[in-house]
Design a protein around this ligand. Sequence first.
Ligand SMILES: [Fe+2]
Length: 237
Amino acid sequence: MGYIDIHCHVLPGIDDGSKDMDETMDMLKTAADEGISDMIVTPHYKQGRVGISRKDIGELIAEVEKYAALSGIKIKLHPGTEIYYNSSLEEKLENGWLSKMNDTEYVLVEFSPMETFPYIRNALDDLLSLGYHPIIAHVERYACMLGNVENVRIVRDMGCRIQVNAGSVAGDYGFKVKHFIKKMLKEQLVDFIGTDAHDRKKRKPEMGKCVETIRKQCDQDYAEELLFARAKRELLI
Ligand SMILES: [Fe+2]
C-alpha cells in the first residue's frame, strides 16, 4: 500500500477543486506518481453554498475510477467531505446525506481561519457528543492554533484527530507554519496527512517533500503510523 491522502478536492466540477475530468485525471496521475495509493475525496460542504450528497459522491467516484482505469492510473478513491462547521449539521449527518470519512464515524471538519478557540472547542464538543470523531482539517490554518501547541493538545485530548497539509509540512507556507508543525510532530500530535490538492498546477497532490521532512523529523515508528498505519486502521476499514 502507498500513502493515504485523506483530504483532497479531486472530484470534477463540484467545488473550487478540479474543474473537469481532464484535470482530475492529471491530478490522479500526479498522486499515483507521488506514491499515493488511496485518496479520501473531500469536496467542500458549506450550508447553502456548496456541497453534494454521499450518494452523488459515490456515483462520481465510480465514474472517475472508470476513467482512471482507462488511463492506466492505479488509485483507489473513497468517499468523504470537508465539512464547514455550522450548528445545524446534525440532521444531514444523521440521515446520511453528508458523507463521513469512508463511511466511518470520522468527519473532516473545517472552520473560518479567524475563528476563536472557544467556538472551535464548543463545536468539536458538539460533534463528539453526537458520537462522531472530528478530524480537524489543516489545523495549521487557524489563527488560534498556529503557534499554540497547547490548544492543539486540548482538542486532541478531547478525542479529536489532527490533520495537517502535506505542503505545510514541507515548508510551502512559510517558516512559522513549518516550525509549528515541527513542534506538533515532536509531541506526536499530528494524526493524518492530506494534500488538500485543488488543481493540477499550484495545489497538486504532492507528498514527496512532506514524506522526506517527516522521515527526517520523526522516529521510524511514528513516521510509519502517520504516513500509512493510522489512516489504514481507522479510515480504510
Ligand atoms: Fe480542503
